[in-house]
Design a protein around this ligand. Sequence first.
Ligand code: PLP
Length: 397
Amino acid sequence: MSDLRTRFEAAFMPNYGVPPVALARGEGCRVWDTAGREYLDLIAGIAVSSLGHGHPALVEAVSAQAAALAHTSNLFLNEPEVLLAERLRELLGGDGRVFLANSGTEANECALKLAIKYGKQNGRSYFVAAENGFHGRSLGALSLTGKASIREPFGPFAIDVRFVPYGDAGALKASVDEDCAAVFLEPTQGEAGVVPPPDGYFTAAREICDAAGALFVADEIQSAIGRTGTWFAFEHENARPDVITLAKGLGGGLPVGACVAFGPHGDLFAKGDHGSTFGGNPVAAAAALAVLATIEKDGLLAHAVSVGEALASGLAAIEHPLLAGVRGRGLWRAAVLTGPHAAAVEAAARDAGFLINALQPDALRIAPPLVLTAGQARSFTDAFPSILDAASPGQEG
Ligand SMILES: *Cc1c(COP(=O)(O)O)cnc(C)c1O
């Protein structure tokens, strides 16, 4: 393991830092490191491995498709990509048009190009996004990303983006006028610390965009595909966006992203306006179809609600000087700390056999596979007080 870490450090660019654990295999919600040590996976590769690890439906779909045909490019169509686009349209209400990509960032690039085109057609020149929001690392997606520490080192950017405080409908309204091409928002801010907006914010954003004629783009890359207990997080409010972007949990671990635009916005691109060599890859599409079918067949939306509630109430019941509370929805939660102890708590959790993620100095992300059992959630909430003890100042090392 230390050898792998040394080799990683020598071979890779230093953008990530060296991860503490090298994982070798997984089964359900459990993973094993290269030394054979077992962990309960409560992060799912950043809300990605929705069916857990080694799920037979995913293994079967991916293996069969890889054996039959692994790639076509968009010079040829393939049935899995068509089935996936049809299934996404069905889940989203029928009038969506789909672009398939390979990541969240690329899904957002597609949405941004649609919005730029919409803006040019209608004489609209600027974009609105939220402070502390995260939309990806490519230059388009980064220009929409509100987290200044990752955006500013790479500016200036080609488009005019105005940032508003997240969750403040009044500030949003004041910033969106007839010159605004599009508003990009996460239904809950993921990377900012699993921060939900006040109730009614998405509905207000929908109304503000309608009134000004701006496109409303929902970045559901982290929030969709059952993570909050519904297929899409926008369903919690009566506020369907004009464009939605998906990735993370959609492929269950295979790289796939999607941008879906509704009604007339689905026809914004003309032939030649956008493309991707790997987009619509049949193996990735087969994986996504297996994820969607399994979530439906196994009732994983309702399961995410009930296990998510148990997880949250278990955490909320803990009284500890380090723990301030819990926020989030479904199987997407943050344990909020009273101070900047998240890195210490993440390390103590790992020592106790649980993988969670220090997302902010004072917040830990818990985003397990949707197949997490109530018993597994309980094992974590039972262990969490002693994890917090071990991470308490004076206890470290
Ligand atoms: C992860 C994430 C992205 C970027 O997705 P990648 O697959 O890493 O490119 C964009 N938006 C949100 C909300 C995300 O959580």
